[in-house]
Write a protein that binds this ligand. Structure first.
Ligand code: R5P
Length: 291
């Protein structure tokens, strides 16, 4: 197998290659003056099985099209197979027709990846894990909760309680809390389908010195900020806002910090200034297991 570092995720491909010793091919890439992408494979890929590492974080549509260019070109150059590692899978929040006439975007995206020639897609904490069942292409969801918990442990954070929101959040909070051997609590949230406004209701919470709030994604920061705000109102001293995917749209960080969080941490599934822990280990483990 050869790892191919696509323009969106070269940093992660490098980490995976370093950890595993698997050969890395860095794609030559530039943008033409009009914004179109140029892609070139600088080495031979004939007869090889390639794992193309290319996330779909913003600018999503550009990164998605680059993923298409990478697969089609690799196969055209004689690669035996191409699989995709998209640490962040875009459009996963549009997994159904919420309002009449809407595009079911994630289904279209998955079809597109299959048509480009990918055999399977690995991703990390996909927003809508249930889409794997109806996906036209095998979709393998890798969990990064343990990596987050290990990171908190390494930081030596003691006297901690974990909080999350919603059903998926509950699963995430449980995984992190079990790994850290602490308690967790889950809030309920509702979002207005048209305005996007989020309401959060917190249940029982036994406060500790540190409150670790976990969510899969921080996008506009609305959900995390609301959650932090209600926890703060209960008298929490130190709140750490943690996620896997930090999209951090607009003033997301300011909102969360203003609500009372003392810091924001995220994985490197999406590269950002908040990337404090890496998804490389769980990703590599899964890839090697799958063969
Ligand atoms: C919701 O299901 C997710 O787990 C996140 O809470 C949500 O996507 C975050 O979005 P935002 O930051 O825009 O509130």
């Amino acid at each position: 197998m050869i790892l191919v570092g696509g323009p969106a995720s070269i940093y992660l491909a490098e980490k995976l290659s370093k950890l595993s010793g698997i050969e890395l091919l860095k794609i030559e890439h530039k943008l033409f003056p009009d914004g179109e992408s140029y892609i070139r494979f600088p080495g031979r890929v004939e007869g090889e099985d390639l794992l193309i590492v290319q996330g779909m974080h913003p600018p999503q549509d550009r990164h998605i099209f680059q993923a298409c260019l990478l697969a089609e070109t690799a196969l055209d150059l004689g690669a035996r197979s191409v699989s995709l590692l998209a640490p962040y899978l875009a459009y996963a929040r549009q997994d159904r027709r919420f309002l009449e006439g809407e595009a079911v975007s994630v289904q279209i995206l998955l079809k597109l990846m299959k048509a480009a020639g990918y055999q399977k897609i690995y991703t990390v904490n996909v927003h809508s894990p249930w889409i794997a069942e109806s996906s036209p292409i095998p979709l393998i969801d890798i969990h990064a909760e343990e990596a987050l918990a290990e990171h908190m442990e390494e930081r030596g954070l003691k006297d901690l309680v974990v909080v999350s929101v919603g059903k998926k959040g509950e699963c995430m909070a449980r995984m992190v809390a079990e790994r850290l051997k602490v308690e967790y609590s889950v809030a309920r949230s509702t979002r207005d389908k048209k305005t996007g406004e989020v309401k959060v209701e917190l249940g029982d919470l036994k406060l500790r010195e540190n409150v670790l709030v976990v969510d899969d994604i921080i996008s506009t920061g609305g959900t995390m900020a609301k959650l932090v705000q209600v926890i703060k109102a209960r008298g929490a001293k130190r709140i750490i806002a943690a996620c896997i995917h930090a999209l951090m749209v607009g003033a997301a960080a300011e909102k969360i910090l203003k609500a009372g969080a003392s810091e924001i941490i995220a994985s490197d599934a999406i590269p950002s200034r908040y990337s404090e822990y890496s998804v490389a280990k769980p990703v590599l483990k899964k890839i090697l297991e799958e063969g």
